[in-house]
Design a protein around this ligand. Sequence first.
Ligand code: MG
Length: 163
Amino acid sequence: MRSGIGYDSHRLVTGRRLVLGGIELSSERGLDGHSDADALAHALIDALLGAAGLGDIGQHFPDSDERYRAADSLVLLADAVGLVRAAGFEPVNVDATVVMERPKLGDARLAMRARLAEVLGIALADVNIKASTGEGIGFVGREEGVAVIAIATLRGGRAGEVG
Ligand code: MG
């Protein structure tokens, strides 16, 4: 068993959609970025790549690459799962904390878990999403941005490795 962590943050701006875990949330502002700026998907990608010892999201999906402009980050997540599987690993579970003042995740949380479970090829019960706020402190508290931390656990290993 191996685990990896991931972290991502994006700026909140007007005129952008707020997409987290592949689900669009109702919000007057959204996350700015080269892709759809899905910080939850990005943190999960880094957690998966980290667990597999495969570097980070910027190495595999550079934001200088025009192919990833406005990209659906769940497609990138699916690609990351493919890299992980090609290295001999299988996702076991993921957990993440979305740090955001508003909106509340509410019913979207279940939809996010379902979409992520589908892409990761694991059960709904193996995808956990927690919500936290910045308590008015820092860039999250000032509603300048959203941060997400994540962890992923994998089983398996490269040929020849014990594990
Ligand atoms: Mg990102």
